[in-house]
Ligand binder design. Structure first.
Ligand SMILES: Cc1ncc(COP(=O)(O)O)c(C=O)c1O
Length: 225
């Protein structure tokens, strides 16, 4: 197998090299991405409209097209140190299988309990929810990685966490489901009888095994029902 001696399989940064700000790419884009649209009015979502779903600091970030660097609060940076820096891995085997001159790298994020990069965002979202005085959060999960990440972040910060998990995944992945419960989250298979939208979907499609869209609808509507 070809291996350029200079480039190791894994490259790690030092803890001291970890970023202290999030990069908001939109600030540097000449053509800004299309705005989020209100599905009812088809007009760009306003701060007030987004308050039904996100907490205030996150809406400010979501709607910010001009600030390139957003400082990461110290508590989040300290949390990150539990499992970051994660290594950049050179995929030598894949390159050989593909017989490609390309140099392929991937970021290995399996070294935290959530098993993915999603913990980076989950801890920030839970942090801002807590800062705003919310007692808990509600979310959806498909395969379960996002739900695991948010459950873990909520356990760390002492927030309640409700997760709507796509029913087929809830049944097929009991271990993923139980990890969330171990972190103190309540996990409900979706569609469920606990929301009006869940009941409607069950009535119209009694045998459905659920979908991410359906679970999102339940998580979104729970506070409104
Ligand atoms: C908020 C949210 N929910 C769900 C998902 C789907 O992932 P999972 O299947 O791990 O729930 C993602 C993926 O990025 C996500 O960001």
């Amino acid at each position: 197998m070809k291996q350029e001696n200079k480039i190791p399989y894994k490259i790690y940064l030092e803890e001291s090299e970890m970023p202290t700000a999030w990069y908001n790419m939109r600030a540097d884009m000449k053509n800004k991405p299309a705005p989020l649209l209100n599905p009812g009015t088809l007009k760009p979502m306003t701060f007030e409209e987004l308050r039904g779903v996100f907490c205030d600091d996150l809406i400010k970030q979501e709607l910010d097209d001009t600030t390139a660097y957003i400082e990461i609060p110290e508590e989040i940076r300290n949390f990150y140190k539990m499992y970051r820096p994660s290594p950049l891995v050179r995929a030598y085997c894949l390159e050989e299988k593909l017989q490609t001159p390309a140099k392929i790298y991937y970021k290995f994020e399996g070294n935290n309990t959530s098993g993915s990069h999603k913990l980076n965002s989950a801890i920030a979202q839970a942090y801002y929810a807590k800062k705003q005085g919310l007692k808990g959060v509600t979310t959806e999960t498909g395969a379960g990685q996002w739900g695991t990440a948010l459950s873990m972040a909520c356990a760390y910060l002492g927030l309640d966490c409700k997760v709507y998990m796509v029913k087929v995944s809830y049944e097929q992945k009991p271990f993923r489901r139980e990890v969330m419960r171990t972190y103190g989250a309540s996990v409900t298979p979706s569609p469920s009888e606990t929301t009006a939208v869940g009941r409607k979907i069950l009535a119209e499609h009694p045998g459905t095994t659920g979908s991410l869209g359906c679970a999102i609808s339940e998580a979104d509507r729970i506070s409104a029902d």
